[in-house]
Design a protein around this ligand. Structure first.
Ligand SMILES: C[S@@+](CC[C@H](N)C(=O)[O-])C[C@H]1O[C@@H](n2cnc3c(N)ncnc32)[C@H](O)[C@@H]1O
Length: 239
């Protein structure tokens, strides 16, 4: 890709470039419960990348602030947040099919109706399905840290990607990240500090305390006991 600055430039010139993805698709077996949830709840909760741009009012049957979460895993905190903030609508994106099943089962269990999910690459969903300046909040919790230096390019937080995220946020909309990997927290901070159009909501211009609306995960509670850190970063779109 040497003579091209971005993937788009290379593609526009007709050059095929192997995409660097932030995930490795693990097929993983579905439990019976996950398979049942996918079958039963997909018609009401599932969204398809192939359907193109979303009309939120049509999808949720109302007009409310929209929160989008990238890589929700099993969806535990996403479902809890959707249950705790019934005045907002939530969209989750996850590539791992078993996680999508568990998330929908949990949402049904908790009677959550303000949540829809994609089983797809968030990079593509954002580009093709989400209108510009439409989101009130974007959440990225504990993204794959890609520990090894040679894998750092797979980290989803990159200068180009955060500009794509910015274009999807409303002005004053917030991008909230959390990680338990210090080196990734530093990387996030570095990318965001030099990113055009964002304001750090941290008093010290670095990290923020975990806001009450982000549920404490079990894994995080255990981490706290072991003295492991978690870093939250919140940036608002300013222009
Ligand atoms: C380390 S897990 C964290 C899951 C969850 N947020 C949590 O806090 O437990 C990261 C998740 O992001 C998903 N992921 C990574 N890249 C993605 C992408 N481009 N689009 C959608 N999901 C992605 C992975 O499949 C994985 O489930």
């Amino acid at each position: 890709m040497s003579q091209f600055k971005t993937q788009e430039e290379a593609e526009a010139a007709g050059v095929y470039v192997q995409k660097v993805r932030s995930f490795v698709k693990r097929e993983g077996r579905l439990t019976k419960g996950q398979a049942k949830a996918l079958e039963e709840f997909w018609p009401t909760m599932g969204l398809m990348h192939a359907d193109g741009k979303l009309d939120f009012t049509e999808v949720f049957g109302r007009s409310a602030p929209v929160v989008l979460e990238i890589g929700f895993g099993m969806g535990k905190s996403l479902v809890e947040m959707a249950a705790n903030e019934p005045d907002k609508d939530f969209i989750g994106i996850e590539v791992h099919r078993p996680g999508v099943g568990t998330c929908m089962a949990e949402a049904n269990e908790q009677g959550v109706t303000n949540l829809r999910v994609f089983e797809h690459d968030a990079v593509e969903v954002l580009a093709d399905c989400i209108a510009d300046e439409s989101l009130d909040r974007l959440q990225l919790f504990f993204p794959d840290p890609w520990h090894k230096k040679r894998h750092h390019k797979r980290r989803i937080v990159q200068p180009e990607f955060v500009q794509k995220l910015r274009s999807k946020l409303k002005i004053d909309g917030v991008f909230h990240m959390a990680t338990d990997w210090e080196n990734y927290a530093e990387h996030m901070l570095e990318v965001m500090q030099t990113a055009e159009g964002f304001k750090n909501l941290s008093e010290n211009q670095d990290y923020v305390p975990r806001p009450d609306n982000r549920p404490l995960t079990k894994f995080e509670q255990r981490g706290h006991r072991l003295g492991h850190g978690v870093w939250d970063l919140m940036f608002a779109r300013v222009n």
